[in-house]
Design a protein around this ligand. Structure first.
Ligand code: ADP
Ligand code: MG
Length: 228
């Protein structure tokens, strides 16, 4: 479950009246939430709030059974490493580390010892088991995205957040990326949030849902960034 009430965020250094206001959201565990709207309307900011990467200026949020205002610093980091899988727009794979080591880092971040068999199983589920010893620079764009998705779901997170997962992908690759996210979220019972300004994504989600899990669209608008 993701539940927000009166959520607002002002970037540090922004003018006092320059506040992003977000509509209230209540989504059941396992739902696919499509967060759409034009560039600059606040999609990436909303994901950062849900992941507890930034604290709201106003309002409350509960994510996967946790009130985020009850957690600080170390506890919040530990919660995020366990509960949230993040597929960022820029994948942020560590260039100096192999695929295997990049995934091991996610286990350390969650306070666990390296578990090579869990890494192998997760890479295999995403069809990239043979890439474990490669460096990120030796991966194609699609392979790198699969590796980043493997890293995101390694800890079986309750919530999987994907930021513009189809940006700069052709139609076929975009369909693959969305299909992979839906299948991965479903296999983990995770709530999936796809933030995108790509109009193709809505059309890609609906036919693949098969009525198995809930689907909820949420459209943010530029006017929700209020300037006074
Ligand atoms: P989206 O992901 O929908 O394109 P963002 O959440 O990235 O939108 O941005 C929402 C608004 O917040 C935009 O007006 C943007 O300019 C502003 N913004 C984003 N990041 C920062 C930042 N680090 N500092 C100040 N303003 C920011
Ligand atoms: Mg964005």
């Amino acid at each position: 479950m993701i539940q927000t009430r009166g959520l607002a965020y002002r970037y540090p250094g922004a003018e006092a009246g320059d506040v992003l206001h977000f509509p209230d959201v209540e989504v059941a565990q396992g739902t696919v939430l499509l967060l759409s709207g034009p560039s600059g309307c606040g999609k990436s900011t909303w994901l950062a709030l849900i992941a507890g990467l930034v604290a709201p200026t106003a309002g409350t949020l509960e994510v996967a059974g946790q009130r985020l205002d009850a957690l600080h610093s170390v506890a919040l980091d530990a919660w995020r490493a366990r509960a949230i899988g993040f597929l960022p727009q820029k994948l942020h794979l560590s260039a100096a580390l192999t695929v295997q080591q990049n995934l091991a880092m996610a286990q350390w971040a969650a306070g666990q010892p390296e578990d090579a068999s869990a890494i192998a199983t997760t890479l295999a589920a995403l069809g990239v088991a043979e890439l474990a010893r490669r460096l990120p620079a030796q991966l194609s764009g699609g392979q790198a995205q699969r590796v980043a998705l493997a890293r995101a779901v390694l800890q079986q997170p309750r919530v999987l957040l994907a930021d513009e997962p189809t940006a700069s992908l052709d139609d076929e690759a975009a369909a693959d990326a969305v299909g992979l996210l839906l299948a991965t979220a479903r296999s983990h019972g995770a709530t999936l949030v796809i933030a995108t300004h790509d109009a193709r994504v809505a059309a890609l989600i609906s036919p693949q849902m098969n009525g198995q899990i809930g689907f909820q669209p949420l459209r943010l608008q530029r006017k929700q960034l209020s300037k006074t």
